[in-house]
Design a protein around this ligand. Sequence first.
Ligand SMILES: *Cc1c(COP(=O)(O)O)cnc(C)c1O
Length: 414
Amino acid sequence: MGIFSSPNSLQKVLGAPGVEGKSVTKLTKGGLTEFIQSIIVKTEEMKEPFYILDLGVVMSLYENWTQNLPMIQPFYAVKCNPEPALLGALAAFGSNFDCASKGEIKAILALGVSPDRIIFANPCKAESHIKYAASVGVNLTTFDSKEELDKIRMWHPECKLLIRIKPPLECKDVRELSTKFGALNEEVLPLLRSAKGLGLNVVGVAFHIGSAAKDSRAYREAIAAAKAIFDTAILLGMPKMYVVDVGGGFTADSYFNEMAPVIKAALQDYFPNEPGLSVISEPGRYFAETSSTLVTNIIGKRVRGELREYWINDGTYGSFNGIPRDNIRPTITCTPIACMSNPSNPTCKELCTYKATVFGPTCDSLDTILKGHQLPELHVNDWLVFKEMGAYTAAGGSNFNGFDMASTSTYLAF
Ligand SMILES: *Cc1c(COP(=O)(O)O)cnc(C)c1O
């Protein structure tokens, strides 16, 4: 039994800001479908899409993190999924937070989290947001340009800084963060000199190897690069650095168990005997992805020969915004709940299937979610369930075409 799997931890979750006062349904093993059906029945009139956030999954993931990477403090990347119950539960477990804007900082402070548990991990910030961070006491941020240093010198000169570097090993990742962020190798020395000249306090190095990147060598190489920058700072006569921020990129699957020992070994190899060293991380996807399930309603259907085409009420302008944007397509699959057309067998067990297309609700033809997916014969008002939909989904939704896909409700389970 893990340290978190006790009645105490359930109390912790139920009393967390963002959770307290809301209904949290206790799930039995395999009870998710039943819970979904109960919500469908209860909200029969509305037929709006909804999420189920399983706080028990979040807890197990947190536990798994602390067991495998006990020396790395997570700062959850809020942009991945800012659902207040997820933020509150993570805060209760002991996570800190990576915020990229004034709005995200406000949301975290509103949960009662103290500002010293926040990193403002956006290397290019508007002046007004820097001023806000200074006013509320958020004192750790990243930079990768001289211009950013000038703004920080002006508006938040006491702020502790991490130099964000482009990781040395390019890996194919979902969002290609390194095309936009991170100082190049040859830019590091001049940036450190500038910071020193401005009297700023550079305390360490940050990187992000890329979201859902699968190459553990990328962490190792980036940790080696961080060590080289620690050494450069000493040569420049700067105060000794003490923070390594290994960023995000983690997925909640077997890759995590592969990455963790590689990261641990790299830290031991490059930073042995470093008593004051603080290693932090910015996982987003890891905590968010598998903890949320999306349930959508079939609002339309067309039959073309053998092909079945379905329209659902969420799409690429909503929870599926990653489909047109991501480099690597996550595999999307769905399962039906046909409580309308097949109440005696709502999960359509053992029924024959047809090749199906699933469209989103807008009038953009690119708003297509699945093609060539095998589904049983479904009807208008049946439902489709998409698992592992918590990362970069609702957070990127919009109101395009008048479909409000930015404010899908979330039901809590444990
Ligand atoms: C988006 C982002 C993260 C989170 O990345 P994941 O791949 O979801 O873990 C962490 N840090 C920064 C700076 C980011 O921009």
